[in-house]
Design a protein around this ligand. Sequence first.
Ligand code: MSP
Length: 626
Amino acid sequence: MPTFYLTTPIYYVNARPHLGHAYTTIAADTTVRYRRLAGDDTRFLTGTDEHGDNIARAAAAAGVSPQAYADEISATFREMWRSLGISNDDFIRTSEPRHKKIVQEILQKLWDAGEIYLGTYGGHYCFGCERFYTEKEIVDGKCPDHLRPLEWIEEQNYFFKMSKYQDWLIGYIRDHPDLIKPERYRNEILGFLRDPLQDLSISRPRARLEWGIPLPFDDKYVTYVWFDALINYVSALGDLDSERTRRYWPHVRHMIGKDIVKPHAIYWPCMLKAAGLDVFRELRVTGYWTIEGQKMSKSLGNVVEPPTYTTKYGNDAFRYFLLREMVFGLDADFSDSAFRTRFNADLANDLGNLVSRATTLIVNLAGGKVPDAAAVGGSGLKEAFERAVAEMDRAMADYAFHRALAAIWEFVGAANRYVDTTQPWALAKQPERRAELEPVLYTLAESVRLLGVILSPFLPEAAARIREGMGQHGEPRLADATWGRLAAGTPVAKIGGLFPRIEEKKAAVTAPVTPAAGSAAVAIADFRKTELRVAEVVAAEAVAKSKKLLKLTVSLGDEQRTIVAGIAEHYAPADLVGKKVVVVANLEPAKLMGVESKGMLLAGSAGTSLAVLTVDRDLPAGAKVS
Ligand code: MSP
């Protein structure tokens, strides 16, 4: 049985949990739920990072002890994850004795092995980040993150001999191409390692900072917060030689945000190597969320806390949006309108409708029992399902949640089209065609049952409701996601209101449909001059040196063309391949960033959202659009 141990960053206890924290935790939760569904031996860890200057100062400002302060905020995180349905096996706090013990044990081991020495350190220090900045990193004498002046500090400190691991680390990253992903973060780290690596100051004098773990070999110092925090991933498993550590540590993977790649990709492997522990198997790095195009920050007052959405629309809807909207590793934007659009289109219309229509038909036309029939061969749904599962599996190995969901939604779309074309309600009215009805209803029931299995990592609550309505008991397993397993006679209940549509305010619905002021009306004859056609994307790639452009190879049935489209900030190339899009086919060729484009891709946009036009039923590539 494969073993899979996944961790999230442990969050600082100086801010309440927000959308950014929730994203990494939800993405990790989805991954672990997927591995559990596949039958792996899994372990999932999250927790809070509680030591350091920042916390000590925040506690002082609140007039409480650092421990009391940490207790309160840590509990907020724990409670937030519980209410969001996060399935972590453990929650580690760095102020716990079990953590302190392992940190001290590792420090002692490194000290005994001569990996740590006492030296003097002087540098530009940012109290916000709790770290020294190198000359190169400083912007106008200020911390690039906090934009506050840095302070020069000189003090005696203990150093970890990190510099001696530079060549080893470069070699290790080169030999393990999958260690750090996406690629851009691996390259960033290899780039950073082209400059000499410094030794790492791993202590802070207690005279300046009390709130930390004392060094076991000199208690006038406490451990530097990163050296302390990273060890949580090990300490949460127990003693270094415990059964649990031996079982899970060799399979550890970390999911983190792009802000903390350096400590994870540089300090941490060197620390592990020096301590004689295995290096993690994977470091997976997520992008950052902006809110309506802006950085999320307290000072802008735009911090999104999950309950704003989850109490109104449910945990699953919030999860779905985050997982579907962000191309893993790239930044993404959260906006109220994008949330509503996805909710109504994907959850209410596509999924909610399918499940409600199918179960209502089975209840009304088959007495609420799965009919005794085989699935309809040749409906294409079995194949569509198998394609979706295969793509979901590939995508999940890449942590590409958006691709996994897009693949499942291809199947949802196919199933909805199947209801439209077979029209079971009409079959039921024609006695001579009743024999066709039962296999159609079986096919629909099977489609819905299978969605209850494969959606469970992404939409745990909705998937559980689907399974319950479809008479399925016990934990779902990926092994059950095999077409045709549904037993005749299984009771089916109507599953309505999974995702009730969000009604738009009147103003939004009646947005201008007439030409906006200043835009001239076009004669129909002129409009007809534009040749619009359905095109299938056969290949897609980024255009070198361009942030916006993608180069698409599209098929118009009897010919292939290159079309350059300004959609790179909205779509990953892999998302487009296989899509049937709409293009202007008779446009004069134009060169964009050195690439000749023969035609134009149509897309709609509103604010920062953009969506490529596709056709909602299958049409051959080349079909005319009018
Ligand atoms: N305590 C350290 C991590 C130590 S891990 C050994 C820390 N904590 S934090 O509270 O600042 O959380 C940082 C993490 O929160 C990021 O790495 C990222 O996963 C998540 N995010 C915080 N803001 C975010 C966004 N705006 N967007 C996406 N994720 C963000 O750093």
